[in-house]
Design a protein around this ligand. Structure first.
Ligand code: ADP
Ligand code: MG
Length: 247
């Protein structure tokens, strides 16, 4: 059984069918990439999955739980997390401060019966663990607003991990990054797969082909095909509608 399944998802904007009966699965431990030309409906699909938008039809199941009618916060509590492209960072807090706030927000209640000092130690340990996972151990005391763009993006990923997601949604994590930062982000994402499954929306095709176990191609709101990198690269229609455009 798949960890995550979207079934028959439909979303209209007036007369436009932005999401056209989309079926999509993500397996446990899988990195599943979603690609497609501008306007194909990638962000709409991510918004339907995370709960920013309500679907006109269709449903979502994560680890046996029906998410379809749930609010964004409820989805997070049931194991779905999304990167918000830096907007969730407190710029006037240190990296460690940001991580502590996130860990506390998501796991604070699980330390309900701890003594205050033990609770503080447990939160500190979790925050530092997340920092290590995201390659941030060297900048714990730096004000988040002073971090270079690429490092802020890493912090954003670390914050999304604080809720211990089963499925992590990454909407263009490499956007606006130089080659060096992109490489580091690829390594970071590769390391995450042992902790959670990932649905990755990304324009950087090198990154997609390096990371993804499976790739789904979205065109005019519909999934054109799903398969591994070789399948996608050899698919004539994909070359015509997407790769051939030089995007
Ligand atoms: P992508 O992320 O693949 O570039 P989007 O999901 O942003 O594609 O958009 C898919 C289509 O839906 C586009 O034609 C876009 O103009 C349209 N669209 C997206 N959001 C809205 C909205 N809130 N209202 C009206 N049309 C929208
Ligand atoms: Mg988009």
């Amino acid at each position: 059984m798949s960890l995550f399944r979207a079934q028959g998802l439909v979303r209209r904007f007036g007369g436009l069918l932005a999401t056209d009966h989309v079926d999509l699965t993500v397996q446990a431990g899988e990195i599943h990439a979603l690609i497609g030309p501008n306007g194909a409906g990638k962000s709409t699909l991510v918004n339907l999955i995370s709960g920013v938008l309500k679907p006109d039809a269709g449903g979502l199941v994560l680890d046996g739980v029906n998410l379809t009618g749930m609010s964004m916060n409820q989805r997070v509590r049931h194991g779905l997390s999304r990167c918000f492209q830096i907007t969730s960072i407190f710029r006037d807090q240190t990296v460690l401060g940001n991580l502590l706030l996130a860990v506390q927000a998501h796991n604070g209640s699980s330390f309900h019966f701890f003594k205050p000092r033990d609770k503080e130690m447990a939160l500190q340990r979790q925050a530092r663990e997340l920092a290590a996972r995201a390659g941030l151990s060297g900048v714990l005391d730096v004000m988040a607003g002073n971090l270079p763009h690429g490092v802020q993006r890493k912090l954003d990923v670390a914050l999304a991990l604080a809720s211990r997601p089963k499925l992590l949604l990454l909407d263009e994590p490499m956007a606006g990054m130089g080659p060096e930062d992109s490489l580091q982000m690829v390594e970071l994402i590769r390391g995450l797969r042992q902790h959670c499954a990932i649905l990755l929306i990304e324009h950087d095709m090198d990154a997609v082909f390096q990371l993804a176990d499976r790739i789904s191609v979205l065109v005019y709101g519909k999934i054109l095909t799903t398969g591994n990198a070789a399948h996608i690269q050899g698919h004539p229609q994909v070359q015509a509608v997407y790769l051939g455009t030089g995007e």
